[in-house]
Write a protein that binds this ligand. Structure first.
Ligand code: NDP
Length: 291
């Protein structure tokens, strides 16, 4: 069994980006600039945005954190988005989700200039991705593709079952893995909460991508010998024995499934760390496309 180590791979990608940025600097070129918009004080969002900003600093990008009050009106936030769209110093920006309930997330995401949408959530980017045109690919599926490619996991002609059809993980990864090219050419089945006899499908799969958010849902009896397993799930599960009072669980019963798998991502340390690295990669692409 080969561990698909997202921690090491994401660090490698960051080093590659750092080197490119240092070359840009030595040629007197402008370095990529990412801004992050954070509305309110949600603890998890603060942690995510904080690590995105720190990663920018690590690779040599310019970064700007824009913190806005929890009670900001939708109109005022749209004005802020308009300012960011017009700011030529910025290559890309993200609006950290979730937004407070009084703000329509869809309206905000649609207002982002697709050329600066490094999260890849705008329909223009999703459409371009589906049509195999240059696009910002959402960071989590992009990270999965990088793991498969860098570890040479065989995908061509293989049957991949994706469990989950969300707009940010399940749906895009199912499109990417069925496309021509590296880590693609798979025959993809997309499963969801209405799927009947899920275990019959997963038992036929050469590759399983679990993106549903139910801890340890995929058990060894649902997996064929030698399958490659990608676990996207991240759920906090209460655990009194742990100093933090919780542990992070994936969607895969890791210990038993790892016994049968040919490749497997751990949680934590698998898909999770790849996400920030791919956001940086998208920001670098934004700078290169802006030139
Ligand atoms: P969503 O809740 O948006 O989607 C979950 C999907 O799973 C839905 O399509 C749902 O089906 C399907 N589903 C739910 N229950 C079942 C079931 N019993 N059998 C089959 N399918 C089911 O989640 P996300 O895609 O946003 O996230 C999924 C997980 O990945 C979460 O744990 C999240 O925290 C994690 N995540 C991790 C990231 C990372 O960086 N590693 C990034 C993003 C997410 P239906 O459509 O019918 O409702």
């Amino acid at each position: 069994m080969i561990l698909l180590d997202g921690k090491t791979t994401s660090q490698q990608i960051k080093e590659e980006i750092k080197e490119t940025v240092s070359k840009m600097k030595s040629h007197g070129e402008k370095v990529p600039h990412l801004a992050a918009v954070l509305v309110g004080n949600d603890g998890a969002s603060l942690t995510y945005v904080g690590s995105k900003v720190r990663s920018c600093e690590y690779v040599g990008f310019d970064s700007t954190l824009i913190r806005l009050d929890e009670n900001i009106s939708e109109e005022a936030l749209l004005e802020q988005i308009d300012t960011l769209n017009k700011d030529n110093a910025l290559d890309g920006y993200i609006v950290q989700l979730p937004l407070p309930k009084h703000i329509n997330e869809e309206k905000i995401l649609l207002a982002i200039d697709p050329k600066k949408d490094v999260d890849g959530f705008h329909p223009a980017n999703f459409g371009r991705m589906a049509l195999e045109l240059d696009a910002f690919i959402p960071a989590t599926p992009y990270g999965i593709m990088q793991l498969l490619e860098r570890y040479n996991v065989p995908t061509s002609g293989k049957h991949c079952v994706v469990v989950g059809r969300s707009h940010i993980v399940g749906r895009p990864i199912s499109i990417l893995m069925s496309q021509k090219g590296a880590a693609g050419n798979a025959t993809v089945t997309v499963a969801h909460s209405r799927t009947e006899n899920l275990a019959d499908l997963t038992r036929q799969a050469d590759i399983i991508v679990m993106a549903l958010g139910i801890p340890e849902y995929l058990t060894a009896d649902m997996v064929k010998e030698g399958a490659a397993i990608i676990d996207v799930g991240i759920t906090r599960v209460e655990d009194d024995k742990h100093p933090k009072g919780y542990v992070i669980k994936g969607d895969v019963a890791y210990d038993e499934v790892a016994q049968k798998a040919s490749y497997i991502t751990p949680v934590p340390g698998g898909v999770g760390p790849m996400t920030i690295a791919m956001l940086l990669k998208n920001t670098l692409l934004a700078r290169q496309w802006n030139k």
